[in-house]
Design a protein around this ligand. Sequence first.
Ligand SMILES: CSC[C@H]1O[C@H](OP(=O)(O)O)[C@H](O)[C@@H]1O
Ligand SMILES: Nc1ncnc2[nH]cnc12
Length: 289
Amino acid sequence: MNTVIGVIGGSGIYDIDGLEGAEWTSVSSPWGAPSDQILTGTLEGVKMAFLPRHGRGHVHAPSTVPYRANIDALKRLGVTDVISVSACGSFREDMAPGDFVIVDQFVDRTFAREKSFFGTGCVAHVSVAHPTCPRLSEACFTAASAAGITVHNGGTYLAMEGPQFSSMAESKMYRDSWGCDVIGMTNMPEAKLAREAELCYASIAMITDYDSWHPDHGAVDINAIIATLHGNADKGRALVARLPALLGADRVPCPHGCDRALDYAILTAPDARDPALLAKLDAVAGRVL
Ligand SMILES: CSC[C@H]1O[C@H](OP(=O)(O)O)[C@H](O)[C@@H]1O
Ligand SMILES: Nc1ncnc2[nH]cnc12
C-alpha cells in the first residue's frame, strides 16, 4: 500500500509549494461539496493531497466548514494520513505565539456541526480515547524540530464553536479548571470523522495568541493573529515539506490501529441497514461493509 499524505491547511494556509505535477482537482462526495478543490501532486516520491479547510479566499466559517465532505474526499483520493494544520490560541505561558503544539487530546465544545458519517440505518461507535495517531504525531514532531521550530510534544486542544473568540471567564475556565493547553475552532469534528474514516490523523496547532486569559495580553486581536499567522504559515509549510522523507512511500499498517477503527464498530445488523446510507459510506466504510 502507498502512503498518501493529506494536508488540511487552516487559516492563512491556502496552498503548499514544491509539489511535482501539482494540479487542483475537483472531488465529488455524497456528503456535499468539499471546502475547495484539492491540490494533488508528489513530493520526494510520496503522493500528497492538500485541501484548504476554509477554501481559497477563506470562504467557510468554522461552523460551516464541510467537515464530512472534506474527510470523505480525502479518503476517495486514497489519502492514508491526514495532517491538520491550524491556528490556535494558547492557555500556557510557555506555549508562546509562534510556537507549534503537536496536539494529542481534545475537549469538544462544538455543538452546531454534523459529527458522524453514521446514524439511523447504520450505527457505529468508534473509540476516540486517543484521537490522534501517535506514529503520525511523532513524525510531525520530528519534522518540526528538524525545521528549527519551537514545538511542544503533546497538548489538549479545546474545540469551540465560534466564530466569536472566548470571553475571559471561559478562557480562564478552560485553562484553570479544565487543564486545556490551546484553543481553536476547527479540529472537531474533523478528528472524529478521520477516525471513522480509518485515517491516521495528527494535529499541528500553530499558536497565534494568548486567548483572553493573560493579564499582560488583553483580548484576542485579529490583526495580531494575522501578523503571527504569516510567520507561522511559512514554518508550517517547512514542516510539511519534511514529512514525505519521514513517512516514506510504502505504508505499513498503523501500529495503533487507526486504519482498522471500524473492525468492531458497526452495530446495525446487516439486514437492518439502510441501503441509501450504505451507498454514501462506500469510501469511508467500504472496507468493512
Ligand atoms: C484566524 S483566527 C480564527 C480561526 O483560525 C483558526 O482556523 P483554523 O483552525 O482553520 O486554522 C480558528 O480555528 C478559527 O477558525
Ligand atoms: N484564541 C483563539 N480562540 C479560538 N480560535 C483561535 N484561532 C486562533 N486563535 C484563537
